[in-house]
Write a protein that binds this ligand. Structure first.
Ligand SMILES: Cc1cc2nc3c(=O)[nH]c(=O)nc-3n(C[C@H](O)[C@H](O)[C@H](O)COP(=O)(O)OP(=O)(O)OC[C@H]3O[C@@H](n4cnc5c(N)ncnc54)[C@H](O)[C@@H]3O)c2cc1C
Length: 288
């Protein structure tokens, strides 16, 4: 049992009955490992608030997990954004992942709402004034796609943390050195808050590569090669994906990382396998 290492999970609001089944499966199968929190994404372009509300209420009322609500401020006025946060506070949600968000139409340049928050740092400061939320923010080991340079991006991260966030959860990446270099660069400008690596278990290589292209995560050639030829071998793909994620997490643990955030995509099997392989099994320890 690896007592020092903990993890959290990300899920998204389901859209139909089959999606709800997967969502429930994800919560049921992963809650045994006692993730520190379970974050629920917010629809791109600030859409789909209703989906987030229902999914959050489900996590809050039907499970023993601690929900964290992603909140994006794109496309909303300041009042509208804060009304959502007030509603969640009244519902007992105490953790918000505060984000700017992207425009609803992929590839459209960002335009802030005329009466809205322009950057996540402004949202963090407003949430801090509103209530005693635990606030997490996003960070980008390979730089946010709109950033001019690493330093500007890191100063933005520092602003978000100084405004009241207590941790930053990273965009996913496929090589541990990417995260470790980012962590060093952050420390060099005085960022000492926890930076939690976001891990994307590769359920489907082509989909993962598509996500990576959209968010600016690089895909190393060796990774393409590892999945090459396994297009019709889903079991073998799963085993390769789990083994690669375990190796990456082990390297990060050896470098002092103690918390991970898994992008589950509402599919629990790989996250479950990776956590077991890493020795993250608190429920089993209690039963012993
Ligand atoms: C862990 C995580 C979870 C996510 N969850 C969701 C989700 O649920 N729903 C969703 O739609 N999206 C989600 N995203 C994606 C996110 O909304 C996008 O990456 C978005 O483009 C940026 O959001 P941010 O909060 O990082 O923005 P910001 O921190 O505001 O940064 C956005 C850009 O503006 C720049 N910038 C910031 N401040 C300034 C300034 N003062 N002057 C000049 N430039 C500045 C930054 O360097 C960066 O390039 C998530 C991302 C992460 C890492």
């Amino acid at each position: 049992m690896n007592k020092a290492v903990t993890f959290s999970i990300e899920i998204f609001p389901p859209r139909d009955a089959a999606g709800w089944n997967q969502f429930d499966q994800t919560l049921t199968r992963l809650k045994k490992l006692q993730p520190r929190f379970c974050s629920v994404t917010y629809g791109a372009g600030g859409s789909a608030r209703r989906g987030s509300d229902i999914a959050l209420a489900h996590v809050q009322r039907q499970t023993s997990l601690t929900p964290a609500a992603h909140l994006t401020c794109v496309a909303l006025s300041r009042n509208e954004t804060l009304d959502i946060a007030r509603h969640w506070w009244a519902e007992g949600i105490r953790h918000i992942v505060a984000l700017r968000g992207d425009m609803a139409e992929a590839g459209t340049p960002f335009h802030p709402h005329p009466a809205g928050y322009k950057y996540a740092a402004e949202l963090v400061a407003a949430l801090r004034d509103l209530a005693d939320f635990e606030i997490s923010v996003g960070c980008y080991p390979e730089i946010h796609p709109e950033s001019h340079d690493r330093l500007a991006d890191l100063f933005n991260l520092k602003q978000k943390l100084n405004a009241g966030a207590i941790r930053a959860i990273s965009q996913f990446f496929f090589e541990p050195e990417v995260f470790l270099r980012f962590r060093d660069a952050a420390a060099a400008i005085g960022i000492h808050h926890p930076l939690v690596p976001g891990i994307l278990p590769i359920l489907d290589f082509n989909k993962a590569a598509g996500f990576a292209r959209r968010c600016g995560a690089s895909i190393p050639k060796w990774l393409i090669d590892r999945f090459d030829g396994l297009e019709n071998e889903s079991d073998a793909r799963g085993q390769v994906a789990a083994s690669l994620a375990v190796s990456m997490c082990e390297r990060l643990i050896a470098e002092g990382v103690q918390n991970f955030h898994f992008y589950t995509l509402n599919r629990p099997t790989l996250t479950l396998a990776i956590c077991h392989a890493l020795g993250i099994q608190p429920a089993l320890e209690r039963a012993a």
